[in-house]
Design a protein around this ligand. Structure first.
Ligand SMILES: Cc1ncc(COP(=O)(O)O)c(C=O)c1O
Length: 417
């Protein structure tokens, strides 16, 4: 088969200037200025290798997967399943059967809520989440609590935006049926000590779900070393397509869970009297999947695998440190989230300037940053702000882009007098 070859040859040490050239969009301009993309936490840009893999799939191999004997269907199946295999290796999953393709982190969490927890949770049981969760790791549990009479408890954070680990530990008990925790906060950048949290939860046999949406593109992730029970991720945060993501869980756990959605693909045999389920991972993948998404995610993993992920982390942390210092020099700029262990996200407010006005003005400098509540309204309430501006860094960002941001922020301040 004419498999698309990764367009990027492995290159180490990591070189951000070189990596930038892999992203066609970074050479465009916005409002006549070179684009500076500081919104990777929302959605990363795609390297040419991913764009080409998706386009090549549609040009050369497009067909439905799993069901056909014809060549195109087999090629499509190989490419789609290839994406799953690559992802399984990338997160050190013991088996690719443990990797369920979903639409993304949100769908993965909903799947766990409805298929893993709903059949067994009782009134009086508790689900723990943290104060810094994305809505995706709050609302599915609230829905479940409404459906079952269980209650949602919140692990507090300190002013820096770090989890109060001692309080978390004290909240663990036999009543807790699941602990949901974000690996890296999208709004604060806090990196949570997930392995330590999992060890604590194990003492009470509490399953831990980790929201890994932000961690995947930033650092090496090893689900076995973390010791978690569920790991949820999104392709578009890790330089892959939108509409594809995954849930990882142990095979035994997934085997014991009932299917979530019914339809084609997830069945073994259907009669009007009784239906039996397909094996993993198909049991959780009803209907025609996002085939090109799986192929593109595989290409994104090939792309990331060309680097040493530790070098990517260290580059992004270097930009973060530099940006923290430079933004810290600006009068009236308040950084929200100053955890000691942080990844490439800086949320801030600038005097009385509303973040939306700020974002609009900064856009005219060609700089894309995000403003709003970042799908973390309870966190905004904790800091007593309606919204923040947020810059977030990907592997392609550089210190000179930070300098351009600082100039644009000074100009904005001048405009507001
Ligand atoms: C920490 C975190 N969790 C969950 C999500 C939801 O991801 P998705 O919209 O891809 O399902 C996001 C997206 O911003 C996120 O940053």
């Amino acid at each position: 088969m004419n498999n698309p070859q990764p367009l990027i040859q492995p290159y180490r040490p990591f070189d951000a200037e070189k990596a930038r050239r892999d992203f066609p969009i970074l050479s465009r301009s916005v409002h006549g200025k070179p684009l500076i993309y500081f919104d990777t936490a929302s959605s990363a840009q795609r390297p040419l290798a991913v764009i080409e893999a998706v386009s090549n799939f549609y040009r050369e191999h497009n067909a439905n997967v799993h069901r056909g004997v014809h060549s195109l269907s087999q090629e499509a199946t190989d490419l789609y399943e290839g994406g799953r295999n690559k992802l399984a290796k990338f997160i050190n999953a013991p088996s690719e059967r443990e990797v369920i393709f979903t639409r993304g982190t949100t769908e993965s969490i909903n799947l766990v809520a409805q298929s893993f927890l709903r059949p067994t949770i009782q009134p009086g049981d508790e689900i723990l989440v943290t104060q810094m969760e994305h809505h995706a790791n709050i609302v599915p549990w609230q829905l479940l609590c409404e459906q079952t009479g269980a209650s949602l408890k919140v692990v507090p954070i300190n002013q820096r935006g770090e989890l109060q680990i001692d309080v978390l530990e004290a909240m663990l008990s036999e009543r807790v049926k699941l602990l949901g925790v974000v690996h890296i906060s999208n709004a604060l950048g806090t990196v949570n000590p997930v392995a330590e949290i999992c060890r604590m939860a194990k003492r009470f046999e509490i399953p831990v779900l980790v929201d890994g949406a932000q961690a995947m593109p930033h650092s090496p992730v090893d689900v076995q070393a973390l010791g978690c029970d569920f790991y949820c991720l999104s392709g578009h945060k890790m330089y892959g397509p939108t509409g594809i993501g995954a849930l990882w869980a142990h095979e035994a756990t997934l085997d014991a869970m009932p299917p979530w959605q019914g339809g084609g693909e997830m069945i073994s045999r259907v009669t009007f009297e009784k239906t039996t389920w397909n094996e993993l991972p198909a049991k959780f993948e009803a209907g025609t999947p996002h085939i090109a998404g799986g192929v593109g995610l595989g290409a994104a993993i090939d792309y990331l695998s060309a680097f040493d992920m530790k070098e990517v982390t260290s580059h992004e942390n270097g930009v973060l440190e530099y940006a923290t210092d430079r933004l810290g020099e600006i009068e009236d700029l308040r950084i929200i989230g100053t955890a000691r262990n942080k990844a490439g996200v800086i949320s801030f407010t600038l005097g009385d300037i509303h973040p939306h006005d700020l974002g609009t003005i900064i856009d005219h400098h060609g700089i894309a940053l995000r403003t709003g509540h970042h799908c973390a309204m309870p966190l905004m309430q904790f800091y007593n702000v309606p919204a923040t501006a947020r810059v977030s860094f990907g592997l392609y960002n550089t210190k000179s882009e930070v300098d351009a941001l600082v100039v644009a922020l000074h100009k904005t301040q001048e405009m507001f007098g």
